[in-house]
Ligand binder design. Sequence first.
Ligand code: AMP
Ligand code: ZN
Length: 362
Amino acid sequence: MIILGIETSCDETAAAVVQDGTNILSNVVASSVGMHVKTGGIIPENAARQQIKSIIPVINNALVDSLQSTVDRSLKVIDLIDAVAVTIGPGLIGSLLVGVETAKTLSYLWKKPIIPVNHLIAHIYANFLTTDSLIKQSSVNSNQLPKFPILALVVSGGHTDLVRMKEHGKIEWLGGTRDDAAGEAFDKCARLLGLPYPGGPAISREAEKHLSHLQVISYKSLKLFPRPLSGNNSFDFSFSGLKTSVYNYLKSQKSKVDRLKLSAEIQEAIIDSLVIKSTSAIKKFKPKSFVLAGGVASNIRLREKLDRVVGNMKFCEFHVAPTPLCTDNAAPVASCAFFNYHPIDWKEISANPQLTIAEGNL
Ligand code: AMP
Ligand code: ZN
């Protein structure tokens, strides 16, 4: 089965064509991040306006690319595509509406089934995708699909969730952030340090510079900021205190701060919180695979630390997708729709900015 996926939840306009949930035939992303760098963050109306400009060219390019990857070059789009999948939430309402209404129009015109997809669950499905070129970029378990039961940590700009998946469609939410998301913490702390948007990659670059200056990398010495809720039994996270601690620290400094070292401190505080909770959830639930997903999964230090920690536990494999599949794109949307194939009448589909990650919310 070949599915056209459409993703417009935030500032990326994306379309992808995926065969049988795993094989990427095309994957096109247009990002308006350059515009948001100028405003130091996303202004929802600007993002939505960019979505409107990009949606048709992006879908068109994804369809043309996918036709070129087929053996029969005389195929028409209408013969190639079996179904349309679209992100319905969570996200920015103006951005979501562009993708949802376009997908409904295509489904109606082509007379093809349409599958609504939860953006957060789609992030997990980045780990079910394969393409030869992407496999070469990834070091961790890229040649095998995750095995059930799966434990997944979804870390994005707006969400931080730990979930258990017994099989496709059987999701149990274990915990999540009580305030800011991990990506949001990176973005807000970066702003305090005067680093550009998006803050995650910026902090990560500064931290890498600091660590590469040291002769012996001493992560253990990076203890300036707190790891909230780390001693508590829940699988919840809290990141808003970190932003306050960084603010107070900056205010208390009389001389110029070492921005590289501070970036390493912030990165380590966020990553430690994520790793501590993930480790206790793995010990408790003993999954066969631990899956890291969402934009923050691009962070090299987080990938390395979880790879080591999960690897030490022997019974569990660590999975993380190549970076271009961790950040927002439409291939995981098509994959999620294939493995959770529940088409509904296009008239029943609407955008839901507040959608959460829970069973029944696929
Ligand atoms: P998403 O909402 O899934 O698109 O993810 C976007 C979030 O991921 C933003 O908050 C970014 O700052 C964050 N992010 C992207 N790359 C990195 C990175 N290398 N390290 C930490 N955070 C990152
Ligand atoms: Zn996302």
